[in-house]
Design a protein around this ligand. Structure first.
Ligand SMILES: Cc1ncc(COP(=O)(O)O)c(C=O)c1O
Length: 399
């Protein structure tokens, strides 16, 4: 290991005992280049962030133009920042009409926190409902929603009450009652193992929330921005939430989150007390400029359609492998889960694939499921490269 690698292990807080620890020199397109000159295909897009791959010229140009104008000038919500306003306008043009007002944050978890606060304030209720297998981030409120008790348990009392229901099971929906401020759901669970609910469940969930006057919050942090083959995953289900939470690909590679809802819901945060929900860096001008450029490319180049075509091809090839170790392939656009019969095998498969120059990983709450989520701009020659590596890795993982 290099001196830098040693320092990484010694001085940076670690998130596990087994970081991938690639020493990144630079990144371009779908590729990461390490300091020892090796090239890795980023088949997870930095976990759902790099929708346009790395260093897209339009995004870089927008960042450069903005950094020459100004960086931070004031905390969120005081000055009229052009990139921020234009991004809010563009997002609300693209979202269903009732999601008409945007609050910008720095991250997904922070946007979840804001959505939870807005829901409590708007409904004057305290309870939340979330789903088994869910992941919404690691701040205290987001963690309280986490659908895997292993991650909640060590941290003591978390904001609540939170009731966890089985995912995509309409029979459990009568447990949503009039004590509930909001139900928070990922329209497709990514960290839960790429689980895709049917539209009937989503419509029943919407109807139940309406019946008991609970808000419905869609966490589209990972599914947003064409990842699932629609600009927003809500379009698959014909259901409009009261609040949508966005982050990851939103910022075009820079940190940015947002939660959007009606004037009435988001407006509760501006009074009683005023300044009761504020942020210094939320909606940073550089991030908003990058986001606008990235969104423009996603829409103009119809990358949703590309996600459907290329994702469909990847899923078809995976299903054709017909290996006994693979139990199921679940795919929606360019979000693909390979469910293995055995988690240990899945882990060996991931390690072998990475050692052949293709970055993939397993999902947080289902470690027998390996996730593929390449940039939406991935080329078919790169898909071929990934398949060569994965087929060899399957074989190596058997021995
Ligand atoms: C669905 C979902 N929600 C929320 C988050 C948290 O976002 P962040 O890591 O930006 O706080 C994530 C992050 O992986 C996520 O996948």
């Amino acid at each position: 290991m290099s001196e830098l690698g040693d320092l990484f292990l010694k001085r940076l807080a670690q998130t596990s005992d087994a970081p991938i620890a690639l020493e990144i020199s630079r990144a371009e397109g779908s590729w990461l280049i390490t300091t020892d000159g090796r090239r890795y295909l980023d088949f997870i897009a930095g976990i759902g962030v790099s929708a346009l791959g790395h260093g897209h010229p339009k995004v870089i140009a927008a960042i450069e133009a903005q950094l020459r104008r100004h960086l931070h000038v004031m905390v969120y919500g005081e000055y009229v920042i052009e990139a921020q306003v234009q991004l809010a306008r563009r997002l609300t043009e693209l979202l269903p009409p009732k999601l008409e007002r945007v609050y910008f944050t720095n991250s997904g978890a922070e946007a979840i926190e804001g959505a939870l606060k807005a829901a409590r304030k708007f409904t004057r209720r305290e309870g939340f409902v979330a789903f088994d297998g869910s992941y919404h981030g690691d701040t205290m409120g987001a963690l309280a929603l986490a659908g895997n008790p292993t991650f909640r348990a060590p941290f003591g009392a978390l904001p609540g009450p939170v009731r966890h229901l089985p995912f995509a099971d309409s029979r459990a929906l009568d447990q949503i009652d009039s004590a509930v401020a909001a139900v928070v759901i990922e329209p497709v669970q990514a960290e839960g193992g790429v689980r895709i609910p049917d539209a009937a469940f989503m419509r029943s969930l919407r109807a139940r929330c309406d019946d008991v006057h609970a808000l419905l919050i869609f966490d589209e942090v990972l599914t947003g921005f064409a990842r699932t083959g629609k600009l927003f995953a809500l379009e698959h289900f014909g259901v409009v939430p009261d609040i949508i939470v966005l982050a990851k690909a939103l910022g075009g590679g820079l940190p940015l989150g947002a939660f959007c809802g009606s004037d009435q819901i988001i407006g509760t945060l501006s009074h009683d007390p005023p300044l009761g929900h504020i942020t210094t860096f939320g909606g940073h001008p550089l991030s908003c400029a990058a986001a606008l450029a990235s969104l423009d490319v996603i829409v103009k180049q119809n990358l949703s359609e590309r996600a459907v075509t290329i994702g469909g091809e990847i899923a078809r090839r995976l299903r054709e492998l017909k290996t006994p170790e693979i139990k199921a392939v679940r795919a929606i656009g360019l979000l693909i889960g390979i469910e293995f019969a055995d988690a240990q095998f899945a882990h060996r498969f991931v390690a072998e694939t990475i050692s052949r120059g293709v970055i993939i990983n397993w999902t947080l709450n289902a470690d027998n499921v390996v996730r593929l989520a390449p940039p939406l701009t991935i080329e078919m020659t790169e898909v071929d490269f990934a398949f060569d590596a994965m087929i060899e890795a399957l074989d190596a993982a058997r021995h």
